[in-house]
Design a protein around this ligand. Structure first.
Ligand code: PLP
Length: 365
């Protein structure tokens, strides 16, 4: 007995965990700084933690989530001025990618995704019997994301992924470029704008484009994992056009967004102070890294910076050995680059100091 042929399905490679690295290096986890997974250095909103603890203690966890799912959906719909039906709650934005694959892809259908880019788009397409092709963001043009780049590569794919801000480069699409793409593609192509890092950007969300001028082919992904600091709970959502929003009920896994995640997200939505602090720290940190790292970097609208360090594998390993875990971007197809998440002020100072000393030593030898 064997599963179906999974040879085309590459496993997801996450940033390395702090316990894992600490054990390997024989260090205490508290001696390490983890800047490899774009997590929130300020932790979760205290209001979210309180909601989780209170709910678990008062109500227990023996009941399927219903009211919390309804309430969170309504709160998100209200925040963006869309109907409740248009909000598809999912376990992380990754869950939303799966539901859109389920809802859109017939066997053999193709998706178009950025290269380098977030690996889960094509993984999800393949799980759903589809295939993936890509448009290439090139280092020579500073990874610029333009409508021409996407449309030159476009050949009638069922889903086109636009990551804005883009992981791992931090680059964005202009609103005009997104509109041009949505206007130019075939009627049955869905444009998915992945705004996992939307809170860190100064541009308006593309949610405002959904159903605007008959754009019933734009969906937007958001998550509570990054700016809201709830990555461990797995909660995110898609906002989709009204005309096909009811597909959610036909493709959703029952109760996939769990009770504690919904409660925490509801509370986090009321904690403006935590989000503001998180965004301000990231803005400060990315500017500090850009100004002070002895390496080429690119403007980033996310909570991370991409840096060209020459030999990413060696530099990331050395940085880790000195207590700062960063992301080697070799698996993204960028063997010269590392991605450094924005930490707190002291974490950022330590990261820059550590990397600069490594880079200067490498340059001498
Ligand atoms: C982090 C991330 C996501 C989603 O993460 P979830 O934890 O599943 O919400 C989606 N897209 C990109 C580009 C990301 O970096």
């Amino acid at each position: 007995m064997q599963p179906r042929d999974l040879s085309a399905n590459a496993p997801y490679v996450p940033g390395r965990g702090i316990e894992e690295v600490a054990r390997e290096l024989g260090l205490d986890p508290s001696e390490l700084i983890k800047l490899s997974s774009n997590e929130n250095p300020h932790g979760s909103s205290p209001k979210a933690i309180e909601a989780v603890v209170t709910h678990a203690e008062t109500n227990g966890l023996n009941v399927y989530p219903k009211a919390s799912h309804t309430d969170l959906t309504a709160a998100i719909a209200d925040k963006w001025g869309v109907t409740d039906e248009q909000v598809w709650l999912t376990p992380g934005a990754d869950g939303a990618i799966d539901l859109l694959s389920r809802a859109m892809l017939e066997p053999g259908d193709r998706i178009l995704e950025p290269e380098p880019g977030f690996s889960y788009y094509s993984m999800s397409a393949k799980y759903h019997h589809g295939t993936a092709t890509s448009y290439t963001l090139s280092k020579e043009s500073d990874f610029a994301q333009t409508n021409a780049l996407v449309l030159d590569a476009y050949a009638g794919e069922r889903i086109v992924y636009l990551t804005s801000p883009h992981n791992p480069t931090g680059k964005e699409f202009s609103r005009a470029a997104i509109v041009e793409i949505a206007d130019a593609v075939d009627d049955d192509t869905l444009i998915v704008v992945d705004e996992a890092y939307g809170e860190y950007s100064e541009r308006p969300s593309s949610i405002g484009l959904i159903d605007d001028d008959d754009h019933d082919n734009i969906a937007v992904l958001r998550t509570f994992s990054k700016a809201y600091g709830l990555a461990g709970l797995r909660i995110g959502y898609a906002v989709v056009p009204e005309s096909w929003a009811d597909a959610y009920a036909r493709v959703n896994t029952p109760f996939a967004a769990n009770e504690l995640a919904c409660r925490a997200a509801l509370a986090a939505l009321t904690d403006d102070e935590h989000v503001t602090q998180s965004v301000e720290t990231a803005q400060w940190s990315r500017e500090y890294m850009q100004s002070n790292l002895d390496a080429q970097t690119w403007d980033s609208a996310g909570n991370f910076i991409l840096a060209d360090v020459g030999d990413a594998k060696t530099v990331a390993a050395e940085s880790q050995a000195r207590g700062v875990i960063i992301r080697d971007c070799t698996s993204f197809g960028l063997p010269q680059c590392v991605r450094i998440s924005c930490g707190t002020r002291s974490e950022t100072h330590k990261a820059v100091e550590t990397l600069n000393s490594i880079l200067n030593e490498v340059a001498i030898h």
